[in-house]
Design a protein around this ligand. Structure first.
Ligand code: DP6
Length: 360
C-alpha cells in the first residue's frame, strides 16, 4: 500500500491579535487571540505527505523548491509530536499495523497565492502540514462510528509548534486560541467559537498593498516587543481578556457594530505596541493609513445614515489591509476602494491593490 495523504488548510486573519510569546520554543502566547478562517477556495496551502521505508531522509518542498530542514527546528518538533501520537495511539496498540512512524517522510506544500504577498502563509502552511501528516498517520479520520484518534484541538497543539497562528487554521469559521496557563502548553489550543455557517454573510476583502517580503518578521518582532514594551504588559493584563469575551459575544449575537469596533481597536493597539517596541517597528505605510481613513469615513457616514457601521479594517505584521464587511456591502466597498486606489493598465488587480474578494 501507498502511505500518502493530501489536505488543504486556509489562511486565517486575526481580529484579536496574537503578539508575544511566554515560551519561544513551545510557542506559547502572552495573550489569547481570535480569528476568522477564510473559505477553502481562496487563500490556502495544500500539502501532500508520503511515508516510505525507501526514503533515506525526510525532505520538504515549498512551492516546488526543496527547503533545508533545520535540526531541532519548528518542523522537526511538529513531526516528532505527530510520530509520537501515531506510535503511542495506533502502532503500540495494534502490533500488526505498519510502523510508518519510523519511516522518513517526503512533504510537498503549495500555496495558491503568492508566498511573497506577505499574507499569512506560515499559518495555512503549518496547518496543512499538520493535517496532512495526521491524515497519513490515521489520526484524524472522522467517521460516525469511530471517534478521531486526535481531535482538531489536539492537532492544533501540534500546528502551534510550527507557527502560533497556524493552530487557528485547523478550524473553519470563528476560532479562538486560548492563552493557557500550563508551562508545557497542553492548554494553549484552538477552539471553534462558531462555525462559518453561523454568520455566513461575513466577508473578508484582502487588499494587497505591497507584496514585498516584510521588514521585521513576526517571530523576531514580537520577541523584541516582549523584551521592551511596557504597553504590551497593559494590553495582556487589562485589555485582551475583556476584548476576547466581548468579541465572542459579538460573534454569537452577529452584532457587526461591536465586532467591527473591537477588531479595529485591536488592530490599532497591536500597531501601537509595535511602535512602543525599542527600536520601534512600523508595519503600516501611507497606503495602509489611507485605508484606515477611508473605512473610518465610510463608517462615519453610515452611522449617521443608518445607525450602523459597514466595515472593519485590520492589519497584521505588514502593510496589507483586510476589510471585514457583510455581504450586502461587499460590492460597494470594492467599488469605493478601487476608485480611491485606481487600477493600472498592466495589472489585472487594482494598483496598488491586489484585491482578493474572499468569502470568509
Ligand atoms: C500579527 O504566527 O506568524 O499575524 O508564532 O512566531 O510563527 P510565530 O508568529 P506568527 O504571528 C502572527 C502575528 C499576527 C497576529 C495573529 O495572526 O494573531
Amino acid at each position: 500500500p501507498v502511505f500518502q495523504a493530501t489536505t488543504s488548510a486556509p489562511v486565517n486573519i486575526a481580529c484579536i491579535k496574537y503578539w508575544g510569546k511566554r515560551d519561544n520554543t513551545l510557542i506559547l502566547p502572552t495573550n489569547s487571540s481570535l480569528s476568522i478562517t477564510l473559505s477553502q477556495d481562496h487563500l490556502r496551502s495544500t500539502t501532500t505527505a508520503r511515508a516510505d521505508p525507501i526514503f533515506s531522509e525526510t525532505k520538504l518542498w515549498l512551492n516546488g523548491k526543496e527547503e533545508d530542514i533545520k535540526s531541532g527546528g519548528r518542523l522537526e518538533r511538529c513531526l516528532a509530536q505527530l510520530k509520537k501520537m501515531r506510535k503511542e495511539r495506533i502502532e503500540d496498540k495494534n502490533p500488526n499495523t505498519p510502523k510508518i512512524s519510523e519511516w522518513n517522510l517526503h512533504v510537498a506544500s503549495y500555496n495558491n497565492f503568492p508566498t511573497a504577498a506577505g499574507l499569512a502563509s506560515s499559518a495555512s502552511g503549518f496547518a496543512a502540514l499538520t493535517s496532512s501528516i495526521a491524515a497519513l498517520y490515521g489520526l484524524n479520520t472522522f467517521t460516525p462510528s469511530e471517534p478521531a484518534v486526535a481531535s482538531p484541538s489536539e492537532l492544533s497543539l501540534v500546528a502551534r509548534l510550527g507557527s502560533g497562528s497556524a493552530c487557528r487554521s485547523l478550524f473553519g469559521g470563528f476560532v479562538a486560541w486560548e492563552v493557557g496557563s500550563s508551562l508545557t502548553g497542553e492548554d494553549s489550543l484552538a477552539i471553534q467559537v462558531a462555525p462559518q455557517e453561523h454568520w455566513p454573510t461575513m466577508h473578508a476583502l484582502i487588499c494587497v498593498v505591497n507584496d514585498a517580503k516584510k521588514g521585521t518578521s513576526s517571530t523576531s518582532g514580537m520577541q523584541r516587543t516582549v523584551e521592551t514594551s511596557a504597553l504590551l504588559q497593559h494590553r495582556i493584563k487589562d485589555v485582551v481578556p475583556a476584548r476576547m469575551k466581548a468579541i465572542e459575544k459579538a460573534i454569537k449575537d452577529k452584532d457587526f457594530d461591536s465586532f467591527a469596533r473591537i477588531t479595529m481597536a485591536d488592530s490599532n493597539q497591536f500597531h501601537a505596541v509595535a511602535l512602543d517596541t525599542a527600536p520601534p517597528i512600523f508595519y503600516m505605510n501611507d497606503v495602509s493609513r489611507s485605508i484606515i481613513a477611508l473605512v473610518e469615513e465610510l463608517n462615519r457616514v453610515s452611522l449617521a445614515k443608518t445607525g450602523h457601521l459597514v466595515a472593519a479594517y485590520t492589519f497584521d505584521a505588514g502593510p496589507n489591509a483586510v476589510i471585514y464587511t457583510e455581504e450586502e456591502n461587499v460590492k460597494q466597498i470594492i467599488e469605493i476602494v478601487v476608485r480611491y486606489f485606481p487600477q493600472s493598465d498592466t495589472n489585472p488587480f487594482p494598483d496598488p491593490f491586489k484585491l482578493f474578494a474572499g468569502k470568509q
